[in-house]
Structures are given as C-alpha cells and as structure tokens.
Write a protein that binds this ligand. Structure first.
Ligand SMILES: NC(=O)c1ccc[n+]([C@@H]2O[C@H](COP(=O)([O-])OP(=O)(O)OC[C@H]3O[C@@H](n4cnc5c(N)ncnc54)[C@H](O)[C@@H]3O)[C@@H](O)[C@H]2O)c1
Length: 439
C-alpha cells in the first residue's frame, strides 16, 4: 500500500483546487476523453492502459480515436498535465481513480467482467488509502459491490473509511458532436454517503449536473435501463419495418409522421443494431435477472428480433437482386462497416455479420468505409476500397449498411445498378430513385 493516506477533507480541497491527481484505467473510447477532460481543466492526469501500442501513441502526443483530435492529446502531453503509462505503479500517485475498462460478453453471451476484476486488483495493489475509486464501465447491478469492493477490502482497505468507492455510468455517444462531457448529467451511486459525496464532487468538476442515487447498484441498473430501453424500442420498429414491407407501406414515412406528436412518442429508426453497448448490455441484465428467478422476456425478444435483422437484410437483398435479373452470386459493394454513423469503431458491428452471410452465399463482397481502413471477417482481412464511380458500377448491388455523413449518396445512386439502403441515407436523393430499395 504505497503512499500516505489522504483524509477526505484534503481530497475535497484538492478536488476544489483542481490539484487532485486523477488516474484513468483504460484509455479507450470512454477513458481517453475523460482523461483529457480533466487535463483540460488543469488536473494532473495519469492514464494507465495495458495496451502498449495505445500508450506509445498517446505518450507521443498523438490520438488513435476519430473523436479525439491529435491536437487535444498533444497539448495536454506537452503541458505535462496528461501522462500515459503501461505501468500500474502510477496509480499510487493518484487521489482519484476512474476505471474505464471493457465489459464484453462471452461466446455464450454471459457477462465477462474479467477486466474490471483485473483493474480492481491493480487499484488494490498499487493504489493507496484515501483514494476515491469510480467505476465507469457498464455492468450488471452488483458489480461495484461484488467485484471491486472485495478486491479493495482484500488489500486491507475498508470502503467508506480508507477508500471511497462509487459507480458512475458513462453516457458518451461517440460520433455525437451535439453533446459533450459538459452537457450530459452524470448519475453517481456510492457504497456509502461519503463515497457518493466525494465521487460527485469530482465529477461535478467536469461541468455537467450530477445526479446522486442511493447505491452503486441503483446507478448500474439506471445505465442498463437506458440501454435496454433503446434496444427494445429498436426491436419494436424493426418488427414494424418488416410488417410495413409486407403491407406495402413506407416505415420511414410512418416514423416521421408519428414523431410529430409532441409527447409520449420517441422516434427510433429500424435497422442493424451494433456496437459494444446496445446489443451487449441487455444481456448483462438478463443474466443477472436469472439469478433472481426472473426472466427479462423483453430483452430476449428484442435480441431475437435485432439479431435476426442481418439475415432479413440479406434475404431482402437477394430478392431485390432476383427482381433485377441478377443471379445473386455477383459482387456486392458494402458502404459502411462501422457499427454506426460517423464512428471508426467496428466492434460488434452487424455490418460484418451481413458481409459474412453474403460471403457464405459466395458473393464477392467489397467495402468502402472512410473511417475503417480494414476489417477481419471469418479470419480474412478486407481492405476498404476507394469510393469511385467505377467501383460502384462494378457491383451488382450497393448495400448501405452505415450511413456516414461524408458519403455522396446521390453520386452512388447515379453510378449504381441497384442500391439497398438499410439506413434511409438516400431519402433526399431524387435522380435514380427506381434503383433504390429501402428497408
Ligand atoms: N464506447 C462507448 O461509447 C461507451 C459508452 C458508454 C459506456 N461504455 C462502457 O465503457 C466501458 C469501456 O468502453 P470503451 O469503449 O472505452 O472500451 P475500449 O476497449 O475502447 O477501451 C478500454 C481500454 O481498457 C484497456 N484495458 C483493459 N483491461 C485493462 C486493465 N486491466 N488495466 C488497464 N487497462 C485495461 C484496454 O486496453 C482498452 O484500451 C465499457 O464497459 C463500455 O460498455 C462505452
């Protein structure tokens, strides 16, 4: 247990003065923007990540994320406010430690909290008394109390006395330029009132309102409710989209019409659901619910509908190709493989599932994604092709799976033989509409 204990009142003063040393474990999509947000406000920040390539990039003052400009990293590194290390010993220098490590699921779609457990052990080993520790990774209710707390207590640090522990879910939305760190309220649930107070004081320094709740489990549940809500509503519109197709109705027109109601309705768009949050997090809750002899039928049903969508998209595409006189064995050009618009993240991307299904049907699949230079599908590396009229015209069909805003969809439609638009990216295209099939 290196270093001296910091009394809560000293920690309060350091937080208020902006001199508290802030540690961030896991410098990914969540941890890096968080680290830089504190550094920008003058806090000394120590980033720690096990990925030595990321550390080398950051330590050299560069970025590896599209949402984080290189200049933002360079300025903080040059000013000495932000350091990045692959050595957990830096945690001993910190007054506060944020844990921002991944929470994937296993092949059987059960929670995998191994990274949280590892990070907790690192804090226990390298941290010191008086620290406030805030878990930000999304996980099932009970993770902070059941995984992080025992690791700290095994190192002889009592929570609420020697160390302060809270859960504060991250709500960042990569690619969303409208809402920054300052704009999104933060929910905070500590293991005890002092932990909630200290974690709230620290998070309040980022400028957004802080919403304290009664426990870490309440904050963990709130985050899962947000993501389950989204997943279930997308599943609902995905079913409505399928029904609309059968009834000859335009689901996009219907959603826009319904969305004119000023209360009681939120527009969700149909399509492929991907990424590391919306399709993953609900399984964390469904898994936990079973421990309580409770079955979250909504989650299972939404998963069934949403996970069926890549198959539905492929079947619709094959039907459209057939109507177009094609054998369905030719070339498909996929536009966009990132899991959503304007991001460079292809983790858990449903577009890759579609590519795989098309390849299994022996289609020659090529792709263009301005933000994802290469991907691996079934162990084979695919490289993004430059988007030219020649490439578009060489394909039997163009499949718009991710609607990056920098793509000229009118030009794509002009050069294409057939366009299957899963995202309604071609809504405003007038010329060549007869070539477009929409979800
Ligand atoms: N990305 C998002 O948009 C988003 C939004 C809200 C919540 N979340 C949640 O936040 C968490 C982090 O997500 P992310 O997208 O930033 O993940 P990420 O994979 O981009 O980053 C996590 C980082 O943690 C590092 N890491 C893993 N184990 C470590 C350890 N033991 N010690 C130090 N570093 C370690 C990895 O090398 C990686 O760089 C997840 O629980 C995720 O569900 C993500």
């Amino acid at each position: 247990m290196p270093g001296d204990a910091t009394a809560p009142c000293v920690l309060d003063e350091r937080i208020a003065a902006g001199t508290a040393v802030v540690g961030v474990i896991g410098l990914g999509y969540v941890g890096l923007p968080l680290a830089l947000a504190y550094a920008r406000r003058g806090f000394p920040v120590r980033g720690y990540d096990t990925d030595i390539d990321k550390i080398a990039t950051l330590a050299a003052g560069r970025s590896y994320l599209r949402d984080v400009p290189a200049e933002a990293v360079r300025v903080e590194v040059a000013a000495g406010r932000f350091t990045a290390a692959a050595d957990p010993a830096v945690l001993g220098e910190c007054d506060a430690v944020f844990v921002c490590v991944p929470t994937p699921f296993t092949r059987q779609k059960e929670p995998d909290v191994r990274h949280i457990a590892d990070a907790a052990r690192e804090v226990a080993r390298w941290g010191r008394s008086g620290q406030v520790v805030v878990l930000r990774s999304t996980s099932y209710p009970g993770t902070t109390e059941g995984v992080v707390r025992p690791a700290l207590e095994a190192a002889g640090r009592a929570v609420g006395r020697d160390v302060f522990l809270a859960f504060a879910p991250e709500r960042i939305d990569p690619g969303n330029t409208r809402y920054g760190v300052e704009d999104v309220p933060v929910v905070v649930g500590g293991c005890d009132p002092e932990s909630t107070r200290l974690a709230s004081a620290l998070l309040a320094r980022l400028g957004a309102p802080v919403v304290p709740v009664s426990s870490p489990a309440a904050a963990e549940m709130a985050k899962l409710l947000e993501n389950v809500f989204r997943n279930v509503n997308i599943a609902l519109v995905n079913q409505v989209a399928q029904l609309c197709e059968r009834m000859g109705l335009d689901v996009w027109e219907i959603i826009e019409a319904a969305a004119t109601k000023p209360y009681g309705f939120l527009p969700f768009r149909p399509g492929l659901v991907g990424g590391h949050c919306i399709p993953v997090d609900p399984y964390y809750l469904a898994w936990k619910a079973r421990e309580h002899d409770f079955h979250m039928d909504f989650i299972e049903l939404a998963a069934r509908v949403n996970e069926e969508m890549p198959f539905y998209v492929v079947n619709r595409l094959l039907a459209a190709l057939h109507d177009n006189g094609s054998t369905g064995r030719g070339r498909a050009l996929v536009l966009g493989v990132a899991f959503k618009r304007d991001v460079d993240d292809a983790r858990y991307s449903p577009a890759l599932r579609v590519v795989e299904l098309l390849q299994r049907r022996r289609m020659d699949v090529v792709y263009h994604d301005p933000y994802v230079p290469q991907v691996e599908v079934r162990g084979v590396r695919l490289v993004s092709q430059p988007l030219t009229d020649t490439l578009v015209a060489s394909a039997d069909c163009v499949l718009i799976l991710t609607d990056h805003s920098c793509v000229d969809y009118a030009a794509v439609v002009r050069a294409a033989r057939l366009v299957f638009d899963v995202r309604n990216a071609t809504a405003a295209v007038c010329e060549g509409r007869e070539k477009i099939v929409r979800l």
